[in-house]
Design a protein. Structure first.
Length: 246
């Protein structure tokens, strides 16, 4: 019943200044407490590769903004290995984790535009733990929370499309409180549609009558006020009609 949503690209942070910081201001060995292991640093080769990745990513963004998704994807794919390597070396440098999450998300958007949907699912799967880490480190960052929520819903939709309800269910469960928080902070159509998408997915993977009723009620309300988006419209109409029949 679910369909693939082509999520609008949202970049939650500027390109990481950490690339230049790694090159010019490495941590002094004595700065750590005696009982702490010194933080890993990037090698000169890694720094050069990472800074080239920043350049490639920027070129990808410029191409994507012009609608040239093939060039954008090539640039993102060129950038990703060095960003992954930097994050593997320095997993706690949140700026670089955020950069990797953004780069994966941007590559997924380019693949979606090129109708390479299997690649979208793979990239979303890889990006999810990085988005979780960013959101945990920056709980007030509503934009990153919104991206994580959308990624979780998309992954649920991919699994549900393959009849994997057991795999989809926990993704919608994880997405729901994030979506509810977004609506509580700002009840605009974008956030309400994100919550509705999570409720639609949850209603299809859970026997919870309260969730199903909430999904139906929200569907009816958003259809009535004209704020339901095109991606949610088909499922919302089914839920609204089922509620009327019941």
């Amino acid at each position: 019943m679910h369909r693939i949503l082509l999520t609008t690209l949202l970049l939650s942070a500027a390109l990481p200044a950490a690339a230049q910081e790694s090159a010019s201001t490495p941590a002094a060995p004595g700065a750590q407490a005696p009982t702490s292991a010194p933080a890993a640093t990037l090698s000169q080769e890694q720094i050069v590769a990472f800074n080239k990745a920043v350049t490639d990513f920027t070129a990808g963004q410029q191409a994507q903004q012009k609608g040239d998704n093939a060039t954008a994807l090539a640039k993102y794919e060129a950038a990703l290995p060095a960003i992954r390597d930097a994050v593997k070396t320095q997993p706690d440098k949140i700026e670089n984790v955020n950069f990797l999450a953004n780069a994966l998300y941007a590559a997924a958007a380019a693949n979606a535009a090129l109708q390479k949907l299997d690649a979208v699912a793979t990239l979303y799967e890889e990006s999810a733990p990085h988005w979780r880490k960013v959101v945990a480190a920056k709980p007030a960052d509503a934009q990153s929370r919104g991206v994580l929520t959308g990624v979780l819903i998309q992954l649920g939709n991919f699994k549900l499309g393959k009849q994997d309800k057991a795999g989809a269910a926990p993704l919608y469960v994880e997405a729901l409180p994030l979506a509810r928080k977004a609506v509580a902070e700002q009840s605009n159509p974008v956030n309400r549609n994100l919550l509705l998408a999570a409720l639609i997915g949850a209603s299809q993977t859970s026997e919870d009558a309260a969730l199903k009723a909430e999904a139906a009620t929200m569907s009816k309300a958003m259809i009535a006020d004209g704020t339901v988006d095109a991606a949610n419209q088909p499922s919302a109409q089914v839920l609204a009609q089922a509620a009327k029949a019941g």
